[in-house]
Design a protein around this ligand. Structure first.
Ligand SMILES: Nc1nc2c(ncn2[C@@H]2O[C@H](COP(=O)(O)OP(=O)(O)OP(=O)(O)O)[C@@H](O)[C@H]2O)c(=O)[nH]1
Length: 403
């Protein structure tokens, strides 16, 4: 409750006071944000890369500080440490400049992870030689360098780092022993070799595990995308015939209605219903009925145009949307469909041949007419087609093309 103001400010003066108080931190935040933009850029991926390498640079600067503590303690020589610190700083500046300028984006790894890890290890090994009796601080530094690198390196790069690191630290330990054998007796040299190998091998194992997890996640992502595609397919397709389903057709009809309102070309909507289909099921079984529905879908699809959309509306009922089609063009099209179905011959298991016919009711979509309206008129025409004896195309009243 400490945050609750002791006195509520009221009136114009109070509001101005509040506004000034609120503006001060906002202004500071604004300046900080601008500084952040200047140093890291505004592109999110670049900011991420520069953020990581700035953090690595901060750690490196701490290591430089630690080396100077070694100098202050009289354990490390000041001159070479100056050169070493200058080299480290130059390396950091070069990496920052390459990433900040966008130059590094020409390479496969714009974060320059391998180069950063390689150079940091080289500087750490040099520090190991220079640090004299304080060289123990270098092993945790090596661990920190590898901890950062392991997530950004590929398997191959990590193995290269392992080989380079082993050779580098073996050489550094050898040089340190050659320089001052009294500070590096053989058992201590062996212990350092063991520690360096341990750190490098642990980082390699971690890298391999990280890569395996990433691959697993990638595979799961692909699997999920495939499953989503299947769900989408199931939601829009009729499983039996492979045709678009009712939902899909409704979407297409809504789109057509929208186009028609914007002065699109005329369209026809036809309802198609197989005649006496119950008798097919009764005489030959449901399996034969299914096969007949599939054959019907194939036959109709085979004689409509590429732009026409045929969908299974439900049961043995289908809807055809012929966009950009005037009644005069639609008449031969639907007659072709009716004839194609009548010409189908389906051999049955009992040796007989099944023949089908279809009744079609068709309506010409009027400008501004709602989807339900045109469907209902096509349905009424279909009803007439059934009533008048089936196996025929009947137009909704007033829609038939002039003879
Ligand atoms: N095999 C099979 N039959 C279906 C499927 N969907 C609906 N049916 C059958 O289609 C038949 C439709 O029968 P009705 O609505 O009486 O119509 P009809 O026998 O075709 O008669 P009319 O439409 O008046 O010519 C029913 O027997 C349904 O079981 C399906 O997916 N597979």
């Amino acid at each position: 409750m400490d945050d609750v103001p002791a006195r509520a400010t009221t009136g114009k003066a109070g509001r101005e006071q509040d506004a000034t108080a609120a503006a001060a931190p906002a202004g500071r935040r604004g300046a900080l944000a601008r500084l952040g933009d200047l140093l890291l850029g505004t592109e999110p991926r670049q900011r991420q890369r520069l953020g990581m390498s700035s953090f690595a640079a901060l750690l490196m600067l701490c290591c430089i500080g630690a080396m100077y503590l070694g100098v202050a303690a009289g354990l490390a020589p000041a001159g070479p440490v100056h050169w070493w610190a200058a080299g480290c700083t130059l390396g950091l500046v070069i990496v920052y400049a390459l990433i900040r300028s966008g130059w590094s984006q020409r390479w496969r790894d714009p974060s320059l992870t391998l180069a950063q890890v390689g150079s940091a290890m080289t500087f750490a090994a040099t520090a190991f030689v220079l640090a004299g009796a304080a060289r123990g601080i270098v092993m945790p530094v090596l661990a920190i360098i590898l901890m950062f690198g392991t997530f950004g390196l590929s398997r191959g790069q990590m193995l290269a780092v392992l080989a380079y690191g082993l050779a580098l630290f073996a050489a550094a330990i050898g040089v340190a022993r050659w320089q001052s054998p009294e500070l590096m007796p053989l058992p201590l040299a062996a212990a350092y070799v063991l520690m360096a190998a341990l750190v490098l091998l642990s980082a390699t194992v971690l890298n391999m595990r990280t890569q395996a997890t990433r691959e697993k996640l990638r595979a799961q992502k692909v699997e999920l995308a495939r499953a989503m595609e299947q769900v989408r397919e199931l939601a829009t397709r009729d499983e039996l015939t492979g045709l678009p389903n009712r939902r899909s057709m409704m979407e297409a009809l809504q789109l057509q209605a929208w186009r028609a309102q914007r002065g699109g070309r005329p369209a026809l909507v036809a309802q198609l219903d197989l005649d006496h289909f119950k008798a097919v099921n009764d005489a030959h079984g449901h399996g034969a009925g299914d096969a007949a529905l599939r054959a019907f879908a194939r036959a109709v699809r085979g004689c409509v145009r590429a732009g026409d959309l045929l969908a299974r509306w439900g049961g043995e009922e289908f809807v055809l949307l012929a966009a950009d089609t005037a009644p005069a063009e639609g008449e031969p099209l639907l007659e072709r469909v009716r004839q194609a179905v009548a010409d189908m011959t389906l051999p049955m298991a009992d040796g007989t041949t099944l023949r089908l016919t279809v009744s079609i009711g068709v309506a010409h979509w009027r400008p501004g007419e709602p989807v339900e309206g045109v469907l209902q008129r096509a349905d009424a025409a279909l009803y007439d087609a059934k009533r008048l004896g089936r196996n025929r195309v009947i137009w909704a009243p007033g829609d038939a093309p002039a003879p």
